[in-house]
Ligand binder design. Structure first.
Ligand SMILES: Cc1cc2nc3c(=O)[nH]c(=O)nc-3n(C[C@H](O)[C@H](O)[C@H](O)COP(=O)(O)OP(=O)(O)OC[C@H]3O[C@@H](n4cnc5c(N)ncnc54)[C@H](O)[C@@H]3O)c2cc1C
Length: 387
């Protein structure tokens, strides 16, 4: 029940052929944007293979080992990788967030030292932005970096750090000045530095991709800042929105989930008329999303454009609806079925999609303000908020 994409262009066709024949590291599977700690060795090896074949960091300029790939080519590679059942790269943070940020704001020295190691998979990065009281309202970050004679000392706590275990570096958003956007700076943090504690959080799907990260008196060198001190908001916002490139890969996964849930429901005699209609509705949505996504790319939309917010919102809401349908298809077996484990896993993570990379409510705010021109939501000052 899959919908084939448009006829593959030369790039897509070459990538599909390569993915079908390349030798894969033992144990590699499509773990998504973030490896679990035990997936990291195979993920690093895979990144090195991608790098030597010219498929790593496609969007990077040739100077740093990329191909200057168009958004369409990046999206085609993401889709072909999902089809082939492999991750499109080691993880999302290094190649997609840190690389472009360093190229825009980093010094020559930082770039020469760090970019080749992201490209080859030698260094794994995590993103240290969210805090217990700063998620959607990222400008409320409280982790503080104080200047010293030798550099900086950082104290604070981060949470929801994907891939924190096994990461070599973190991209840290910390407060170096007063409240609000202007008091923030972005730092490069070696995750092995004394004073850093990474504590895994166990999720309901049994995985531990998230972590709490505690920073107690962590000393950083003076050149650990990316860009200007106090210019962290510009650096941080440049990272947001880039995850949306993987929408095509999401469509492949959603078609697969629909196929598998129909088969699982049929096996259990639960494929009644109501479920069939609901599946057909979601299949149409995925098909329309995929087509809209292709059109947005063909029209030159870039990550960060409002059209990507529309797609992020509708894609994640559809993923969640398919997760809910999976529950209907499996019934109580969703709790215990080993046979349908990959499907159950996708069901359990489906709700995360409406939170990561900007929640659905935040996407709606963006659309209301930037596209519909509705009044901005009132800013509630911390001083006025109830304690
Ligand atoms: C799978 C996944 C991976 C993640 N990986 C990382 C990572 O590697 N590094 C990292 O730093 N963070 C990461 N995060 C954290 C993520 O960025 C935050 O969860 C997200 O920004 C929401 O913040 P919060 O969880 O603090 O929720 P809150 O901001 O506290 O929001 C709670 C609820 O209130 C709603 N809400 C908040 N503000 C408004 C508003 N102004 N208007 C309307 N509704 C509002 C939200 O939509 C939400 O429903 C990850 C999250 C997920 C799910």
């Amino acid at each position: 029940m899959t919908a084939d994409g448009p006829p593959p262009g030369a790039f897509r066709a070459a990538a599909r052929r390569w993915l079908a024949t390349v030798e894969r590291p033992a144990g590699l599977y499509d773990y998504g944007p973030t490896p679990q700690p035990e997936d990291v060795p195979a993920g690093r090896e895979w990144q090195a293979i991608l790098a030597s074949a010219g498929y790593a960091c496609l969007h990077w300029p040739a100077r740093w080992g990329g191909r200057d790939a168009t958004v369409a080519e990046q999206a085609a590679f993401a889709e072909e990788s999902a089809r082939a059942g492999v991750p499109r790269q080691l993880n999302i943070v290094g190649p997609d967030l840190v690389g472009p940020v360093l190229m825009s704001f980093g010094s020559e020295g930082q770039n020469a030292r760090l970019l080749p190691r992201i490209h080859s998979g030698a260094d794994l990065w995590c993103q240290l932005f969210s805090e217990p009281d700063a998620g959607s309202d990222l400008a409320a970050v409280r982790t503080r970096a104080r200047r010293t004679d030798r550099g900086w000392v950082v104290d604070g706590q981060k949470v929801w750090t994907s891939g924190g275990v096994g990461a070599d570096y973190g991209l840290l958003l910390a407060r170096t000045g007063g409240p609000g956007h202007g008091g923030l700076s972005v730092f490069i943090v070696p995750m092995g530095a004394p004073g850093i504690t990474v504590r895994p959080l166990r999720q309901m799907d049994g995985e531990s991709k998230f972590n709490e990260v505690f920073l107690d008196g962590v000393e950083l060198a003076a050149d650990a800042v990316i860009g200007e001190v106090g210019g962290g908001w510009r650096v941080a916002t440049a990272t947001l929105g880039r995850e949306r490139l993987s929408l095509g890969a999401n469509a492949v996964a959603m078609f697969r989930s629909l196929d598998e849930l129909v088969e699982a429901a049929d096996r259990r005699g639960r494929l009644d008329a109501q479920l069939r209609t609901a599946v057909a509705d979601q299949w149409v949505r995925v098909w329309l999303l995929r087509t809209t996504w292709e059109r947005a790319i063909a029209e030159g939309a870039e990550p960060g454009d409002a059209s990507f917010s529309v797609l992020k919102l509708l894609t994640s809401e559809t993923q969640r609806a398919i997760g809910d349908l999976t529950l209907e298809a499996l019934g109580a077996d969703a709790l215990a079925s080993e046979e349908d484990e990959p499907l159950v896993r996708r069901m359990l993570v489906s709700h995360a999609q409406t939170i990561l990379g900007g929640t659905s409510e935040i996407q709606r705010n963006i659309l209301a303000e930037r596209i519909l021109g509705l009044p901005r939501e009132p800013v509630v000052s911390a001083a006025a908020a109830p304690s």
